[in-house]
Design a protein around this ligand. Structure first.
Ligand code: SF4
Length: 343
């Protein structure tokens, strides 16, 4: 279901420069041409900032790439940053806990809020230029979300008025035109458009945006940490500083530790065995701690404790997962090439 673009005054396309954003930009451009829409089309990229060592939390080069995609179609390009600080500042100075699927403040504060601020600016500009005073300015706000990525995304309407952010001055309609696309259809659109993807895809990443996204697959997290060790080191520091695991099921200690073991193994270094034993000890301590907490809850509820051997079983399973992902990352990019900071 495509909207009639002429029912809207201006279009905003959100772009992280990732594959879904690229397909979205190309698709909207096709529709703009097909329908002869002549209003403003603006591509918005949100800059999420850098870590304490100055490493961008997103893949290096994404802003330039998003600009390249926008310019390809002659669309206006805008970058927005949260005035009170980027992701890293917000994490360390305000939130003091990692984001998660249940507490996705990174998206709401670093992206959504900044997008709405841009809409406010664009609406004022449009109102002044077009001399519209008698009705709301109609904004079509396009996002490249896909249902394959989560149930929550699959449930989103393809086209719906954003009542929360609409007002007397503006009507914002959220548009998710690629919601039902498969990843194959996304890449086909990009290929047909001839847009340049970020090099991280050729290195084996399945998603872009933040290199170390809390919602990423374990495979992507290990590969990103392998390709960007300085960034991983900053995230490891933050995990220790906050005293809060990066993810409940996967900590930065496990990611960095697993990669260290895999690197030693790859080099045929005999210290690999000792390092693997040390990593197993770290994992075991965490599993034991989690089981102790659960057993305390069970005791309070009058339930019997989990058996001690469950700790061994879970430790082995976690170590297997960690080392499988770490070895995969190291084998995909032996010697950490291509350059981790290149776009
Ligand atoms: S990529 Fe992940 S960590 Fe970054 S803003 Fe999006 S959800 Fe948050």
């Amino acid at each position: 279901m495509n909207p009639n673009l002429h029912d809207h005054d201006l279009i905003v396309i959100n772009s992280s420069a990732g594959k879904d954003s690229m397909a979205l930009t190309a698709y909207v451009a096709r529709l703009v041409t097909a329908q002869g829409f002549t209003g403003p089309v603006v591509v918005l990229h949100n800059d999420l900032g850098v870590t304490r060592s100055g490493h961008p939390v997103e893949w290096p080069g994404v802003e330039a790439l998003a600009r390249e995609h926008a310019e390809r179609y002659g669309f206006r390009f805008e970058v927005r940053r949260r005035e009170r600080g980027g992701l890293w500042d917000q994490l360390l100075n305000e939130r003091r806990k990692w984001m998660s699927s249940a507490a996705r403040w990174c998206t709401s504060d670093q992206k959504t809020s900044q997008g709405i601020k841009l809409v406010t600016q664009l609406v004022e500009e449009f109102r002044a230029e077009a001399g519209i005073t008698s009705r709301p300015v109609r904004v079509l706000y396009a996002l490249g979300i896909r249902g394959e990525e989560s149930d929550n995304r699959a449930r989103k309407s393809i086209l719906a008025v954003d009542e929360a952010h609409s007002s007397r001055n503006r009507t914002i309609t959220r548009w998710h035109p690629i919601r039902d696309w498969t990843v194959g259809e996304v890449w086909a659109e990009i290929k047909a458009a001839g847009l340049r993807p970020h090099a991280a895809y050729s290195w084996g990443m399945s998603r872009l945006s933040c290199s170390l996204c809390v919602l990423a697959s374990p495979e992507d997290l290990f590969l990103a940490a392998w390709l960007r060790p300085e960034l991983a080191s900053d995230y490891l520091w933050a995990e220790q500083e906050l005293g809060h695991r990066f993810r409940l099921d996967l900590s930065m200690v496990e990611i960095v530790g697993g990669l260290h073991v895999a690197e030693l193994e790859q080099a045929g270094n005999p210290d690999a065995r000792t390092a693997l034993g040390a990593l197993a000890g770290v994992i075991r301590a965490v599993v034991q701690e989690q089981q102790d907490a659960k057993n305390a809850d069970r005791a309070a509820a009058g339930k019997p404790p989990f058996p001690a051997k469950r700790v061994n079983r879970r430790t082995v399973a976690q170590l297997d997962k960690v080392m499988r992902c770490a070895r995969r990352a190291v084998s995909l990019a032996p010697g950490r090439t291509p350059s981790r900071e290149a776009a």
